[in-house]
Design a protein. Sequence first.
Length: 420
Amino acid sequence: MVDKPMSNHRTRFPFSINKLLFWSLISLVVIVFFFVGSPPSTTATTTSSSSHSRRLLRGGPQWQTSVIRSSTPSNPKGLRVLVTGAAGFVGSHVSVALKRRGDGVVGIDNFNRYYDPSLKRSRADLLTREGVFIVEGDINDSSLLKSLFKLVKFTHVMHLAAQAGVRYAMKNPSSYIHSNIAGFVNLLEACKSVNPQPAIVWASSSSVYGLNSKVPFSEKDRTDQPASLYAATKKAGEEIAHTYNHIYGLSITGLRFFTVYGPWGRPDMAYFFFTKDILKGKHIQIFEGAEHRSVARDFTYIDDIVKGCLGALDTAEKSTGSGGKKSGPAQLRVYNLGNTSPVPVGKLVSILEKLLKVHAKKKVMAMPRNGDVPFTHADISLAKKEIGYKPTTDLEKGLKKFVTWYLDYYSTQSGKKDSK
Ligand SMILES: O=C(O)[C@H]1O[C@H](OP(=O)(O)OP(=O)(O)OC[C@H]2O[C@@H](n3ccc(=O)[nH]c3=O)[C@H](O)[C@@H]2O)[C@H](O)[C@@H](O)[C@H]1O
């Protein structure tokens, strides 16, 4: 028997590895192609909640078809609305309401990790089932906005994408500049450049009243004493809106939301994490003001806010500019959207205790100096007169709906985890 030379072994061994690698690669390409429908690319981004649409190639033919389909109103008189922050709390509710009444809606959201992104994904799943397509992307991405505006002649932009939260601004100040200032300017730049320009309705905040002590807060009151960077960026947004209205003829309406709560809400807000902590038997901190005065908020239920947003969209006049040039004065408005009845935080907790049937472990403590204001109270007479805003849900009724949703949502989520 003649031994095979070592060299032979050497040449044969790499050959079989190559072959193996080659066929593995081919199989991988086939699998990817089969499941994704297009080759993987660095520009392939998540575009909606469902796993299929998330893999659509941004700007590709399927993506374009989805954007166009989603933005086409089912009602011939319907609006074509781009909703920024569509996977957010208010954004998801507004998107569904618009779609259900026959408007065309396309959402955009960056699905950031400020709070549990799985909640945002669940909201996005809901939107997908309603026929609303969400583009995954940031409002700072000019080329993405350009391609969306090129594809669709949006009549309106409902701008709800923002870095929210008053206290978090001390931890991550730059995120507020990124979203609430740079992102807003980028969006306005895109809006002013297209023809026809859309009308814009956007989320300002009750926090712009800052240290204002005159109650109830009226749109005529001073807003030059913000108590947090969040508030300062929202106030800056109102000034930026003035500039774009003045120079480019963009029709812009700012809505000052007052502590919005309800089902599918934000886990960073007190009513939400109080619920979670009460159920877990953890201590909750209840802030109080100087001389042990109660801290109070004009808590506003999400359905009332949605009606306010729709009222603002429906009464928005057209922008007057085209191709970046103004041809006449355009509408510029600001409205309070509150509930007109402030409730102390202690009362909020006692309602939750009753609904959850659990006694809360409370720690009353002085409000830290981290951007909070002692109270808010909206005067809504202007919004009532001009956009037909009329809140109808008191805190007890609204929290009942929230708690029902919370228990249902998180029992389903833990069921999903258990079954994994
Ligand atoms: O209307 C707005 O413009 C803002 O509303 C919301 O801010 P806030 O009104 O501050 O709501 P939220 O944090 O739920 O605190 C509620 C109350 O609980 C008190 N609070 C809070 C935390 C705590 O541990 N203990 C406590 O007593 C606290 O002192 C406060 O009195 C949005 O988050 C914000 O994004 C913005 O939209």
